[in-house]
Unconditional design. Structure first.
Length: 180
């Protein structure tokens, strides 16, 4: 029979009788857990689960923030590359900067009509030929063109919100115009 105590004499609780009771009822013969053991186990499991959740939550927020910044950088570089390639082919005599530096209009020798880049509704817009607009970049917060002798300085600032964090990326390029 399971957990059947061995008959012993009724001795007073002394050192040996305590040891005999441990022998009579080994720990492996217990049939359940006490409430205290269950509560301690549940608390430990809860702390482990909360720790794993915190690590995953921080990792997720970091990933979305980094992806937002990567999108801004890629968008800014693509827009800047396209503008610098075309502006480099122009000369200072065929270039005009208006709207407090937010719009540039220029001519390329092989093209009959002008090409312009401007900031419209937080978008970088390329217009060529006249009346035909193409959006090159969104999330644009600032665009500035400046001309000093034969060098055009272009500054783009893009911004967006990712995971309740405001992200901003700035890119500046100096372009030397071709000789006339």
């Amino acid at each position: 029979m399971k957990n059947n105590p061995i008959a012993y004499s009724n001795k007073k609780n002394d050192f040996f009788s305590c040891r005999l009771s441990a022998i009579r009822y080994p720990l492996s013969a217990k049939e359940g857990f006490t409430l205290v053991e269950i509560l301690i186990s549940a608390a430990i499991a809860l702390f482990v689960v909360l720790g794993v959740y915190a690590v995953l939550n921080i990792g997720n927020a970091t990933w979305f923030t980094d992806m937002g910044m990567l999108d801004l950088q890629q968008e800014a570089r693509l827009a800047m590359d396209g503008m610098t390639r075309e502006i480099r082919q122009s000369s200072s005599s065929g270039m005009s900067i208006t709207n407090v530096g937010e719009k540039v209009e220029f001519y390329i020798p092989d093209v009959a009509s002008s090409i312009s880049y401007s900031l419209q509704n937080n978008q970088l817009v390329r217009e060529h030929p006249a009346g035909t607009e193409k959006v090159l970049s969104g999330d644009l917060t600032s665009l500035n063109f400046s001309l000093a002798s034969d060098i055009v300085t272009i500054q783009l600032i893009l911004g967006k919100t990712a995971q309740s964090r405001n992200l901003s990326f700035s890119l500046t390029e100096k372009v030397r115009l071709r000789n006339e």
